[in-house]
Design a protein around this ligand. Structure first.
Ligand code: SAH
Length: 213
């Protein structure tokens, strides 16, 4: 796949749009300007890849809106070398943004088709996140604790295992709600204290409960 001047130009415009919509973290904006989103989409969406839209990525799932990716990423305040757990690898685009920011990324996906598809795209960028086919509700205890956890599907509640796997001073961003819309929640852990903050309404595909299939 080619990252043409046209794609680069469209990406710059998208980044300007993200800035206008309130994304301030220059490192996040830089990562959004660097990673070609169209590489993560079916060819039929190449021309629209830089509009602030969600698209089908297979298995009935969608890639998140660029604004949502930037918004969730900004909330994590990632430092180089941070261990970050992502629930819902999907297309791998959010995973790539986290890698671009220098995080050590661990990402779980419960749809086999998507799990298989994301690895070669991430390899293409020479990113090496650890990907797992499995159930995100359980997190990834073998690599815990994580400095940040990002859930990219709408969860009916905050999974306790994920809170347990959050490091001290860790941040978790998770959309909560079972209907069409979810409330974005930022959870922070400071010693024994867990705080929760509501940060607006978004729309995600649901976080599914059954074991991976
Ligand atoms: N971060 C992705 C977003 C994909 S949509 C991207 O940038 O493309 C959310 C993803 O969460 C879907 O791929 C869906 O299959 C996955 N998902 C849903 N429930 C899950 C669960 N319990 N564990 C792991 N992944 C899950």
């Amino acid at each position: 796949m080619l990252d043409s001047y046209k794609h680069k130009g469209m990406r710059r415009q998208l980044v300007d749009e993200l800035r206008l919509k309130g994304i301030k973290d220059e490192q996040v904006l830089n990562a959004m300007n660097t990673i070609p989103r169209h590489f993560f989409l079916d060819k039929v969406f190449t021309e629209q890849a830089y509009s602030n839209m969600a698209f089908q990525i297979g298995a009935g799932q969608t890639i998140s809106h660029p604004f949502t990716v930037a918004f969730q990423t900004e909330l994590l305040r990632i430092q180089k070398g941070d261990k970050v757990l992502e629930i819902g690898t999907g297309s791998g685009f959010q995973t790539a943004i986290l890698c671009q920011l220098g995080a050590k990324v661990f990402s779980i996906e419960r749809q086999k088709e998507l799990f298989m598809k994301s690895q070669p795209i991430l390899d293409h960028f020479r990113f090496s996140p650890k990907l797992k086919f499995g159930d995100g509700y359980k997190g990834w205890p073998a690599f815990a604790p994580f400095n940040s956890i990002i859930v990219t599907c709408g969860a009916p509640f905050v999974p306790e295992d994920l809170v347990l796997q959050l490091a001290d001073n860790g941040r978790m961003v998770i959309p909560i709600g079972e209907g069409k819309n979810q409330e974005m929640i930022l959870i922070q852990k400071k010693g024994n204290q867990i705080t929760q903050e509501k940060l607006g309404v978004f729309s995600f595909v649901p976080m599914l409960k059954d074991t991976a299939k």
